[in-house]
Design a protein. Structure first.
Length: 360
């Protein structure tokens, strides 16, 4: 046995197999599109009562800002002005911008913790397709070793961050010497649709662009990842849906989703630990009504979902990246204890993880 291999095996024996998030870097683009979108969408609704309904719902959304890689997309000279762009045109922007935004998130991670010696890269994204993929682009942009093992988690929507972190946990538990870089990047603003109905406009109102990157390894300190859990809720497949078309991905987000989530938490979805024993909640900020439904169904304290509400307020729903932003706030805080990370998405499905926030 060579000395190098012996020392590597010794390191593995000396490190716990508990997978831990050590730090999370986040990034959003420079353009805040939320106020302009509300004006644009309201102008498309011809019925006065429906316009009033949209305005009222927008004011109650709990969102103040959403960010886009597009510069003034709904302006007269913006991306959506003259002619609705094709899926190919949208994917061309995704291929250019998604890796760059992801690299910015990794740079934010590197400001907090050393990211040398990366052995695995897990990338989650559902708002675009490109080949070579974002994972391979990041290998080049970040100067990672070409032998890094890669995994792409594609088109799973808002709960993909859980799937990516769960995959990193499995890797670390099977290879305790692994150092896993987990990246979520979404450009939801590329999928605005030519629709003047209130419900689709309210769905589009939720989404923004963002990226997050986490380092996961078996070394101690940070957020220790615990037991994963998952459940597809019966008879709900049509409630959350992305339909691929010639003009981007059309999001369908039914108004029945909050009620379905509340009902699922009351029966179908069983948490690994009792809700009353949980100190920290990292719930995907899919929308104010969804957070309210989770809080009611689990009988949570009024401030239990404050991290999620703060992310929703500042960034909107960034699909898979959103939950990572919530976990980043937990890492930046002083509170410790037992936690649950929970997200809902297409299916309708729930994905989650228990975690423990260790003292800084």
């Amino acid at each position: 046995m060579t000395g190098h291999r012996a020392s590597a095996q010794q390191r593995q024996r000396n490190i716990s197999s508990t997978a831990t998030i050590h730090a999370i870097g986040t990034a959003v683009p420079m353009t805040d599109v939320h106020p302009a979108f509300i004006d644009w969408a309201g102008g498309r609704i011809t019925d006065r009562r429906e316009r009033a309904l949209f305005t009222r719902m927008a004011q109650r959304s709990g969102i103040e800002h959403r960010w886009s890689v597009l510069e003034s997309p709904t302006a007269q000279d913006g991306f959506y002005a003259a002619q609705w762009p094709t899926t190919a045109q949208r994917m061309a922007i995704y291929a250019d911008e998604a890796p760059l935004l992801a690299a910015r998130a990794v740079a934010g991670l590197a400001d907090q913790v050393a990211i040398d010696g990366i052995t695995h890269l897990v990338v989650a994204s559902c708002t675009g397709f490109t080949a070579p993929g974002i994972d391979q682009r990041l290998i080049t942009l970040l100067g990672l070793n070409p032998s890094v093992e890669r995994l792409m988690v594609g088109y799973m929507g808002c709960y993909a961050a859980i799937v990516a972190l769960r995959s990193a946990r499995h890797i670390v538990r099977s290879e305790p010497g692994a150092r896993v870089l987990v990246v979520c990047v979404e450009l939801s603003s590329l999928h605005l649709q030519d629709d003047a109905r209130v419900e689709p406009l309210l769905a589009m109102l939720q989404f923004g662009d963002g990226a997050a990157a986490a380092l996961v390894s078996a070394a101690p300190g940070g957020i220790a990842l615990g037991q994963p859990f998952a459940m597809t809720v019966p008879d709900t497949a049509g409630l959350i849906r992305w339909d691929l078309g010639d003009h981007g991905f059309a999001m369908h987000l039914s108004g029945e989703v909050p009620g379905a989530i509340a009902q699922a938490l009351a029966g179908t979805v069983t948490l690994p630990v009792p809700a009353e024993s949980v100190d920290l909640w990292a719930v995907h900020a899919g929308g104010r009504s969804i957070l309210d439904a989770v809080a009611r169904a689990l009988d949570l304290a009024p401030d239990a979902l404050e991290h999620s509400r703060a992310v929703l307020r500042a960034f909107g729903n960034m699909s898979s990246a959103t939950l990572m932003f919530v976990l980043a706030r937990i890492l930046a805080g002083k509170a410790t204890g037992q936690g649950i990370a929970l997200a809902f998405g297409p299916g309708l499905a729930a994905e989650g993880l228990t975690f423990r926030r260790e003292a800084p």
